[in-house]
Design a protein around this ligand. Sequence first.
Ligand code: ZN
Length: 399
Amino acid sequence: MRRESPSRAHCPLCGGGTVHDFYSKEGVPVTCTSVFADAAQAREVARGSIDLAACDRCGFAFNRSFDPRLGELGARYESSQAASAHFNTYAAATARSWVARHRLEGKTVLEVGCGEGDFLRQLRSAGVGHAIGVDPLAPVPLGEDRLPQDIELMARRFDASLLDLQADALVCRHTLEHVPDVQGFLTLVRQWAARAPARVALFDLPDAESVFAERAFWDIYYEHCNYFTAATVRRAFELAGLRILALGHEFQGQYLRVEAAPDPAPRPPEPMDSTHERTMYRSFAAATDSSLERCESALRALKTASDPLIVWQGGAKTVGFLSALSEPHLIDGAVDVNPQRQGIFLPASGLPVYAPRMLQVLAPRHVILMNPAYQEEVAKTVAALGLRLQLHPVGELLQ
Ligand SMILES: [Zn+2]
């Protein structure tokens, strides 16, 4: 049953009042990252609606039906990617790069949206003197017992009462896409950064341009109420009075990295041309039906009567993928390297998630790879298990 949810009639980036819907999906699970101990519970997960809208003025895309109460309900679960060696290597390189570029050795760094504190540890390893994490879901006091010295966790939201918190830099990774009030949040960041000289704000977030351009409908899910491109994230920062120091792509183009500082003399924003974004959203929307049809026909072709069809990843992309398909039962199971995801069931579909070694028992001939960034890591794991199977990056199903 569709729940009543508030509709965001104004653009959360620029405040513009003219927005146009371009992609809708009802009855999607409010969480893609949660895991459930039994399949029946997983199928009973709360559902919400996705109505992606684009702002006429600034080109920002957002889910105008996002309900923060449902978002919070879904956010109380495990979403760590730390079990992947590839992702860990990326996070460690990010920490080292930020410490070197912004001379943070021995300094204090504040992380907003720190989760369980994995990145705080990476920052300490990279030379940061003191790392403070703020997150309403931070596992305090459980986490504190396990925390090394010089790492502090605050289980709370980042709000105006924390503007006096002392640190030399603010980092924020994979959080801005979850924040309904984009302008309010970035304005707080600017206010915090402006309270002491030379403070910087360092952000990492998914780039939605590749999602829309590559028709990756599986990357659209409820938790992400915001879909930034390089251009719209720049507008968001500049409108909040933050000057961009650097803006680039990371992790094979999937992430945007933004480094910014308070602008001492903010100018009125330049007129915004959102033609590129709006054209891209329209093409994505126009191709949705054919993308789904191609995917399902490719899945049917891969699945033979006796073969299980398995996807590699028991997380968000797989849940997004199954939520969009009209025949989710074509997929029989998922595998994931994260031990916390093994032996559990995915929200909505109730799909079981196995450890990679279970592939020896399941013996699939074809495995769909939800994230091509992990192809090398997955191929090595498959080879180490002595398996002969074909890996299909999910994007190939659209061709
Ligand atoms: Zn706007």
